[in-house]
Design a protein around this ligand. Sequence first.
Ligand code: COA
Length: 249
Amino acid sequence: MTEAIVLERERGLLTLRFNRPDKKNALTRAMYSRLAEALKQADSDPEINAVLITGSAECFTAGNDIADFVEQPPSDLDSPVFHFMLNLLECRKPVVAAVAGAAVGIGTTLLLHCDLVYVARDARLRMPFVNLGLCPEFGSSLILPRMQGQAKAAELLLLGEGFSGEQAAQWGIATEALSSGAAAVSKARKMALRFDELPAEAVRISKQLMKAPDRELIRQVIEEEGVLFTQRLKSPEAVAALNGFINRH
Ligand code: COA
């Protein structure tokens, strides 16, 4: 059986690659568990200097597996998706993301917690939570309005409008937009490997300083969003929208 999360080690870099191409790399509970565990190990392994999160050169991820949302929804903060996102939030090593094609739902939200984000110019990002009867997750309701201002963030979170990789770079969600998916993956790998050349302790302390002022607030917001999100999953609005996707053909 092929692994839906592929782990690759190159010198001090650990790459976590989504590998479920037939489902556009939609993330299941099992995939979140693997990601959570890999991030935790990377954080405590002194040989690892950085983590790269990526999909393929065509698709990052279509977000949470919608069938999982219906059949095995996260019920509390002890669910695999929370373990993954909290381990990402707490990761002391630099985390780099490479994004091509679709980055939907958590595929966009997780980028807000990465340190460096390289996107293909034509990547398609979107957080269609309201459209699915849900609400923002993992700190996005705090981070996006601060980053972009209320008026722009409302377009993304209250209307669920999509945007391109190029726009993500203009708005500070991404570090740089590149000409193609392959170029984004290649640049992200190159920059992530740069951490092998830098003093690891200095990098770690610098990241800690950059994250410290907001860490507790973000954690608190994640918990508040998480309670509402898990409630919303059972709401008639969400049940209708999620089943609409499953039965769309
Ligand atoms: N969960 C489960 N399966 C998904 C999925 C998801 N989030 N996204 C895509 N898939 C599956 C499709 O059902 C389809 O499976 P099938 O071939 O067995 O029917 C396959 O992946 C390919 O998807 P398709 O929609 O045909 O690809 P596309 O290139 O036309 O569109 C997307 C790609 C990502 C734009 C589109 O699939 C989409 O909008 N997905 C839902 C995204 C979403 O709402 N995520 C949850 C956010 S909270």
